[in-house]
Design a protein around this ligand. Structure first.
Ligand SMILES: [Zn+2]
Length: 231
């Protein structure tokens, strides 16, 4: 936030991170996943018109930016420290370091060998992700009568899933941290791409045929994108 003058009045204003000009006809304010303001404006909109619009929406903007930043604060990098919280299938597990050989889930705890590094923990999550995603993909593929060519998990941080031209399906292993209904949505989404590679109306109708409430899971993924960055 900075002090700015508008109509001679000094105000505290949230400054935009970026102003994207286009052929659009009106100004729109978007708060991105980092809680930063992005302004979309017509080519002809003056600086004063943009500042005026931001002032008008000031209260809404402050609430929105703070809500996004507060939601993000729950995502911090995993450091393999006793008591640290990690997510597995959408549930919170507390790290408990102990003299054991293998990682195990035990009630609300995830018991981890003392010498386990972040990288080894990541490999364990990746193995779990592959087994889980393969099993659930097989279930939905049978239900939807489609056949993916190959199912793999990847290191992707920018997208949760993808389906290639040859129907090779890739899931970000980080999906293993998301709730099961969210995993299922990404699976169904990619399986629908076997018959339809675009995101047109028919595509979304085919997703809704299997998961009528998929909007909820889409929203969850949008609000929890930061999960991609913690490990
Ligand atoms: Zn898609």
């Amino acid at each position: 936030m900075v002090l700015s003058t508008f109509n001679g009045i000094i105000n505290i204003m949230i400054i935009p991170k970026e102003i994207i000009r286009s052929k659009r006809k009106s100004i729109a304010l978007v708060v991105n996943s980092d809680g930063e303001l992005i302004v979309r404006a017509p080519y002809y909109a003056s600086k004063d018109a943009i500042i005026g619009f931001i002032h008008e929406k000031q209260n809404w903007l402050e609430r929105k930016c703070m809500a996004v930043k507060a939601a993000n604060s729950k995502f911090h990098p995993i450091t393999m420290t006793e008591g640290d919280i990690v997510k597995f299938c959408g549930e919170d597990y507390t790290i408990n370091l102990c003299a054991i050989d293998d990682i195990i889930l035990f009630g609300v705890y995830i018991k981890i060998p003392l010498a386990c590094s972040c990288e080894q923990f990541k490999m364990w999550l990746k193995r779990k992700a592959l087994a889980l995603m393969k099993k659930r993909t097989t279930y939905y593929a049978t239900l939807m009568e489609v056949v993916p060519h190959e199912v793999k998990v990847s290191e992707a941080r920018t997208r949760w899933g993808s389906c290639s031209f040859r129907n090779n399906i890739n899931f970000s292993w980080r999906l293993v941290m998301c709730p099961l209904d969210v995993m299922d949505y990404v699976i169904v989404h990619e399986l629908c791409h076997i018959k339809n590679k675009s995101h047109n109306r028919a595509f979304w109708a085919s997703v809704a045929e299997v998961l009528p409430d998929y909007g909820q899971q889409e929203k969850w993924l949008k609000n929890n994108r930061k999960l991609m960055e913690i490990l």
